[in-house]
Design a protein around this ligand. Sequence first.
Ligand code: NDP
Length: 291
Amino acid sequence: MLAAVPANFKAELVACFGQPVAENPTGAMQEAAFRALGLNWRYLTVEVPAAGLRDAIAGMRAFGMQGINLTIPHKVAVLEYLDEIAPDAAIIGAVNTVRREGGRLIGENTDGKGFLRGVRGDAGVDPANKRVVVLGAGGAARAIVTELALSGALEVVVVNRSAPRGEQMVADLASKTKAPIRFEPWRGTYAVAGDTDILVNATSIGLYPDVDAMPPVDLAGAHRNMLLCDVVFNPPETRLLQAARKRGLRVLDGLSMLVYQGTIGFELWTGRKAPEQVMKQALREALGLMP
Ligand code: NDP
């Protein structure tokens, strides 16, 4: 005789709130992960205008949703609607992932953590005690510099075109993390010094449609063991990565950070280990990178 199994047709819900949001590929990789683990979860990609965020978060609470991702223009604005902000997200000043703990909504930032997981896991480099140069002082740079500082980098040098923006970010993060972070203005071509262990392009230079753009950096002085990382993932093979490969340098593309910010989110929401390979493949397919 068959044992009666209580029916459960209720799906758990997570979502991405943003505007524009239609081209965000995160849902494809999260849904693939849910399928792979046999979880009855759904990831909804939802267009929410800036003026609708308060109601959207109230809706999230009413629906008992398990979590959300936030993208433009909500990453900073969402802070005031949450019950708690994780310490690193508070330093960064932005939240890209919300998780639920009982009835409480907790803001996290997985961008910088995703970057570090890629550096450690895909490139096999531990940033502790390393000299790191980060190009850029926008949202991505801020998350990356914060996590590098918290993971014991020997020194983080921020190089940015707009000096006031770079100086302000460095002063803020140095005081909050007590880590050795300093600023260098980006004038003309930035010559990479031989003692740089990791160079990160955290600017949007090279991003579609400006795919032929190349950050003005001179790699001639780079140490042969230096790791060069690019956060631009569309396209993943940027001019900068090509230039580094030609010099025989190790490289890490922006897909790595993109997939791992998602695997960390998946783990925060479900409490399960993320199926990384499934998510990587789904992301590549979603971006049209599979043969
Ligand atoms: P922001 O607009 O916040 O910052 C852009 C940064 O790029 C600024 O530092 C800006 O310098 C610099 N920049 C832009 N154009 C130039 C230029 N021509 N010359 C010199 N500097 C320039 O963007 P985000 O930080 O949000 O995003 C940056 C990149 O990171 C994007 O390509 C985005 O797609 C990518 N990203 C990737 C993620 C991933 O998971 N792989 C996650 C998040 C973002 P200035 O201050 O002088 O204007």
